[in-house]
Design a protein around this ligand. Structure first.
Ligand code: 5GP
Length: 189
């Protein structure tokens, strides 16, 4: 099966289910897709593996590497730094796999200014109310974190709805249906 691009950006509010959908895609097609492992200064969550889910780094290290031009894009989200290094994308592209980036909307805006030329897919929740339930339900964030993520989600959804920003917007109401739509968006006929 052919994919529509060699690089995909998967964006959408925190809690919209991007990571869950991507994990399923990697499990089903381990030889086709590779994950661009971002750097972050946030603390690892239970079960997250350094070098696999993220490169977990100290703020001063990340600031220095950003200043040294090692990042394609970087952003501050909910009080922590996140970024895609040039190497993260190169490592996947070198294996011949299709590279998947999971980034926020600031990252989308920054990537649009580069020559990466990916396809852009947005995973969105059915509503902000449902997003709030999901964010609280997964229990990874303190109250402050939940509120910051909801505020970001409001802005992110407004941006995502502007014409031409995304090639495809998938509403993640039902995981099975969203996964099917994601595969449709990724594979060309
Ligand atoms: P989380 O803390 O929930 O893992 O991620 C928070 C937000 O940061 C998510 O929207 C996620 O897509 C975004 N994010 C993860 N990695 C990167 C990155 O490298 N760059 C940017 N701009 N955002 C990222």
């Amino acid at each position: 099966m052919q994919t529509a691009s060699k690089i995909f950006v998967i964006a959408g509010p925190s809690g919209s289910g991007k990571s869950t959908l991507l994990k399923r895609l990697f499990a089903e097609y381990p030889d086709t897709f590779g994950f661009s492992v971002s750097h972050t200064t946030r603390a690892p969550r239970a079960g997250e593996v350094n070098g696999k889910d993220y490169h977990f780094v100290a703020k001063d290290v990340m600031e220095r590497e950003v200043a040294d031009g090692k990042f394609i894009e970087s952003a501050t989200f909910s009080g922590n730094m996140y970024g895609t290094s040039v190497k993260a994308v190169e490592d996947v592209v070198e294996t011949g796999k299709v590279c998947m980036l999971d980034i926020d909307m600031q990252g989308v805006q920054a990537v649009k200014k580069t020559n990466l030329n990916p396809r852009y897919i947005c995973i969105r929740p059915p509503s902000l109310e449902i997003l709030e339930q999901r964010l609280r339900g997964r229990g990874t964030e303190k109250e402050e974190g939940v509120l910051a993520r909801l505020e970001a989600a409001t802005r992110e959804l407004e941006y995502a709805e502007q014409p031409g920003v995304f090639d495809r917007i998938i509403v993640n109401d039902d995981l099975e249906a969203a996964y099917k739509s994601l595969k449709e968006a990724i594979f060309t006929q």
